[in-house]
Design a protein around this ligand. Structure first.
Ligand code: DX5
Ligand code: ZN
Length: 217
């Protein structure tokens, strides 16, 4: 299982997004946090910014929708140019229908779980997904401390993926850094979102390389 490092532009300079995307040329995906001030108590960006960013960079966009009514909005992010669209299990009215629609429109379909949402009720949905995101902080803000108590959930999710023989990617997001990435990798994660650990570094691309080396070790 190949390690992927996805810098989160939430910690970048929003006035220079194209340059900030180019500053992490070694990234696998660019993680774009969409927040609506309803599902989470913070507001970031929407479809027009994703559209512009998709034109400005060759790095594929991994859109993490922390919004209500993803059933209505997620398809628009595929049309805007996202290569992967993640909706939250807690917000989706019809997750299977939504995942199928995202795939039918040509993007990877992904579902996220907040820290208090268990994976077990979603076991039968896993074949409908290309990626499962286990949040390792409460969604809403960058720079929060990694929740160690999520490690067992990462491990259980990896076990379910293996049990069903699926190709599903397992992403972690929140507090991922040099201090925590090895534990996430050891628990079974293979896609790592890092905001402050990448854009807070003096050389973001070097931070991506270092995180990748640690996750692969
Ligand atoms: C938090 C977002 C994360 C955030 C991670 O709700 O989903 O993607 O940018 O930031 P760090 O890596 O700083 O915890
Ligand atoms: Zn995110």
């Amino acid at each position: 299982m190949a390690v992927q490092i996805n810098p989160s532009i939430l910690s970048a300079d929003f006035a220079r997004l194209a340059d900030e995307a180019k500053a992490v040329s070694g990234a696998d995906w660019l993680h774009v946090d969409v927040m609506d001030n309803h599902f989470v108590p913070n507001l970031t960006l929407g479809v027009p910014v994703v559209e512009s960013l998709a034109r400005a960079t060759d790095t594929p966009l991994d859109c993490h929708l922390m919004i209500e009514a993803p059933d209505r909005w997620a398809p628009q992010y595929v049309e805007a140019g996202a290569g992967s669209v993640t909706f939250h299990a807690e917000a989706a009215a019809a997750p299977v229908r939504l995942a199928r629609e995202i795939r039918a429109k040509g993007a990877r379909a992904s579902m996220a779980l907040k820290p208090a949402t268990p994976i077990e009720p979603y076991e039968d949905l896993l074949p409908e997904l290309d990626m499962l995101l286990v949040m390792t902080v409460e969604p809403g803000f960058g720079g929060q401390a990694f929740l160690d108590i999520m490690l067992p959930k990462i491990r259980r999710t990896r076990e379910l993926i293996s049990k069903h023989g699926l190709e599903l990617w397992l992403q972690v997001d929140g507090g991922v850094s040099a201090a925590t990435i090895e534990r996430c990798a050891e628990a079974g994660a293979d896609v790592f979102v890092a905001g402050s650990a990448v854009y807070g570094a003096s050389d973001p691309d070097e931070a991506v390389r270092a995180l990748r080396a640690q996750a692969e070790s």
